[in-house]
Write a protein that binds this ligand. Sequence first.
Ligand code: ADP
Length: 399
Amino acid sequence: MSDGTVLVINSGSSSIKFQLVHPDTSESVAHGLIERIGETDGHIVYNHRTGVEDRSLPIADHRAGLKMVLAIVAEVGRPLSEAGIIAVGHRVVHGGDVFYSPTLIDDGVVKAIADLSNLAPLHNPANVIGIEVAREELPDVPHVAVFDTAFFHTLPAAASTYAIDREVAKANQIRRYGFHGTSHEYVAGRVADFLGKDTAELNQIVLHLGNGASASAIKGGKAIDTTMGLTPLEGLVMGTRSGDIDPGIILHLNRNSGMKVDEIDDLLNRRSGLKGLSGVNDFRALLALIEGGDEYAKLAYDVYVHMLRKYIGAFIVQLGGVDVITFTGGVGENNVDVRRDSLAGLSRLGIDVDQVVNEAKSRDERRISSAESAVAVLVVPTNEELAIARAAKALVAAL
Ligand code: ADP
């Protein structure tokens, strides 16, 4: 039975991920994905206790997709409205300067999230549609928004401020907001539990390496720096995003080749990073190309690791020394090479990865540093859905 569960919805521009999670037991009761919304080859996958429904069909829009899922859920079990759900938790990308903590959704909150779309034009509008449809379909349960930016609200001004004209920055809400906050916060908490310490005692670096990638420096449980900025484009090299580049490149592209802002947006967000350098954005495909001797793929890997090392070094200094470095996200949790190469040759800094342990296959939280390593190096699987479910439950319980 799914009584006491939270439905977590992550509504993106052309896909919706959803999961029914038990916040206390961490059990994922059911989960699914609606893909290629708006295209003729739409796809719905719904994994539940007794099987998997996998259907390919055109999905006109987010509303149609969610309605189809609800119909499938009712077909194979109880309708969701009767499934004992205590809350719906929505992942919202940008909370701007407005939302710093999980927030009970009402019409005003939906409008405020929509109003922040200028800061996250690729993400917030899709989040709003997900919220609107879910509120229509499940009107009797509380809906809670959990913001990707919230954890980085504590960044000191020196870390959140860009050195540009302050009036221009203010008028345009320009500052470092940071993203993947739910994951960084969740992982930092797991790390403390794993080490048997309180987060207050630890200087941590968390490396969230998925399709998107970001690093954070966390002192005493509070973020003091992070790689993503006004948008999720800044920082580490990612699957399709460039990460840090000289801002002058944008001006040069415009002046030199006449590229317009939307074309540059597409270039930097969708055609750069690993994909731009090697033709593939998926790390496993990149590794396969490297094995086949592809030089572009090798360079893409080297650029990726170079940027990662640059930020690890920067964050060790910002923290005044680090106690623990943790890898998470699809690449961080699974890729032996990135973990080895990003921390190679750092024994003088007290960082030493045990390569035998690093290469051992596991899905568990684990330590991969050697007994001699003064700095603990961990692998901790992230679980944003569980973190959102727990945040939603905590808020609802306090109502
Ligand atoms: P998202 O940012 O979309 O949540 P994930 O955290 O799932 O992404 O990470 C996706 C990335 O993880 C992809 O580049 C994928 O190739 C990589 N990845 C997943 N499994 C493995 C694996 N076993 N070995 C290497 N890379 C992996």
